[in-house]
Design a protein. Structure first.
Length: 299
């Protein structure tokens, strides 16, 4: 059964906290399908795609945000790019990582990611992009982003992310819940205690989002006692904006000497988009036309 993935925003209590909840099962299925990721790579990439969509939903106006997880583990890093319009794309350095399950019987995402840094790069349409960097805490992604929000953006946050991978490697469910305390509530002990109790009782989100419940129903059943007021809804999907023309431009920037070498080699050149794994082929004839365009731009 396919359901459209979407994100909901809500306010908790008397506007003491804001909440984002989203199902990303189809997003992560598409990523797994494109990149042929192993279960642990699917979980690592899926969690990062999910938090990416939340960060995208936090910004106003048109903006692209890039998340980079640079860890020294066998996954060789994660890159996710998200727009404020609910589209996301991403990849991992080594999609075929295979590690034994952790002592708790879970996919060993932290061990796959390793130690390193998390970068959040906001492209504000200006020349300089704003960047926030924090050291990775556990490599499990959720803890790392909770630390990022709390220390880099001074917003105490609970981040829960989960991807459930089936025995055939296909994701069965994926989603996340992110709760951020608003400034007035930072010393509201009563609210914080109630919130902590609700968070402790929360079942694993990967199973919640694999089930029949909608994001709204999941939020209501987990945080209903605090008071939930939904304020927004956005569809989310895996989407890459690459094209043959874009790769043509990239080949042109190689310059005439390198292009001429490619033409002389007389072979089909295959280019691959890192973000979505789409392949674009250029025949020697097409390369020759590119070279001609480059040398005689007016013709
Ligand atoms: Zn692409």
């Amino acid at each position: 059964m396919q359901q459209q993935d979407y994100l909901v925003r809500a306010m908790l209590g008397e506007n003491q906290a804001r909440l984002f909840a989203l199902r990303t099962t189809e997003v992560v299925r598409q990523a797994q399908h494109n990149h042929h990721t192993s279960p642990v790579a699917t979980a690592a990439l899926g969690r990062t795609l999910t938090i990416g969509l939340v960060i995208g939903a936090m910004v106003k106006g048109e903006e692209t945000i890039t998340l980079q997880i640079k860890g020294d583990g066998p996954l060789q890093g994660i890159v996710v790019s998200v727009t404020s319009q609910g589209t996301v794309k991403g990849y991992v350095g080594n999609p075929h990582v295979d590690l034994p399950l952790s002592a708790q019987g879970k996919l060993a995402v932290g061990a796959a990611v390793g130690e390193g840094y998390l970068h959040v790069i906001r492209d504000l349409g200006l020349k300089e992009a704003y960047q926030g960097t924090v050291p990775l805490q556990t490599g499990e992604i959720a803890e790392d982003f909770a630390y990022y929000f709390t220390h880099s953006e001074q917003t105490p946050s609970a981040v829960i992310l989960g991807v459930l991978v089936g025995v055939d490697g296909v994701p069965l469910g994926s989603g996340g819940i992110i709760i951020q305390l608003l400034p007035d509530a930072i010393h509201d002990e009563e609210f914080i205690t109630k919130l902590e109790v609700s968070l402790e009782k929360l079942p694993p989100v990967s199973s919640l989002f694999a089930g029949e419940q909608t994001p709204e129903e999941i939020v209501e059943s987990a945080f209903g006692e605090l008071g939930v007021h939904f304020v927004g809804h956005q569809e989310v999907r895996f989407h890459c904006d690459c094209s043959w023309e874009r790769f043509e431009q990239a080949l042109i920037t190689l310059g005439p000497e390198e292009l001429e070498e490619l033409v002389t080699a007389n072979e089909v050149i295959e280019t691959v988009c890192h973000f979505c794994n789409e392949k674009y082929n250029f025949t020697p004839e097409q390369l020759n036309n590119l070279l001609a365009k480059l040398l005689n731009p007016r013709e």
